[in-house]
Design a binder for this molecule. Sequence first.
Ligand code: ZN
Length: 283
Amino acid sequence: MNNTLTRLNEKVYFICGVGHSGSTLLGLILGSHSDCFYCGEAAKSRFLHDPNKPIKKRVCKICGFDCRVWGDLNLTDSLDLYEQVSRKTEKPIMIDSTKNLEWLEEQLTAIARTTAQPFLIFLQRDGRAVLNSRIRKYPDKDIKELIESWRTQIQLTKELFQSFEHKKIKIRYEELATQPETVTRNLCDFLEIDYQPEMLHYYQQEHHPLGGNDGTQFLVTKAQTEKIKEPIVSLSEKNSYYYQDRSLGISLDLRWMEELDPNSKRLFEEIVGQENEEMKWGF
Ligand SMILES: [Zn+2]
């Protein structure tokens, strides 16, 4: 790749927080803007073409191996990732929802040497909802461990947010899901892009995310069965009842209120009730 070309990548929007907080939804919404490309969890680009990694972690979750963005992309160390993907997609704005703090620090350092402007979005969701999703995904893990790891990730993300010296904003998943237009409009103002109505119909747009939430991505493939013949994304048994019949519009997922057992709720309250206070949704 020729490094002397004028830089195409102008901005990078980082979505940070804890997994299962709605970052795939937010990424797909922002990635539906005509100037933006949603990379998904861009850290997974390190696994491209690595046969030792599970397929779901090393190919586009929508198109698989034949992806026109990631399929034949050979990354080089001589240029930051976002500029390489900008050149490939011809989009000036990149979105990365990797939660890993080391990755974020590395990328922020890499961009600091360039003219690209970083923005940080801290996506928050009621920790009880996050815990419920994680129990569903890791049924054999110790509940206390899951709660502790939630706390660690929240603390590290808060530290990153505090020390971040560029434009930053906190968004609540529950507000995004219940008032998508208002929240997206405000976010567009903050991100210095125009609001485009297509963003709320994210499931009708073209996307090439690495990693991320199966359920939300499944809705994209469901809306585009003509175009997307053999999607990589599939639903686990525990999720399929919910997403199979779900309408495509944006709606609030409050399954935790029904599913989270009283014992886990009490443990969560005891261990991290304090930390969850600002993220609490409902009672
Ligand atoms: Zn793709």
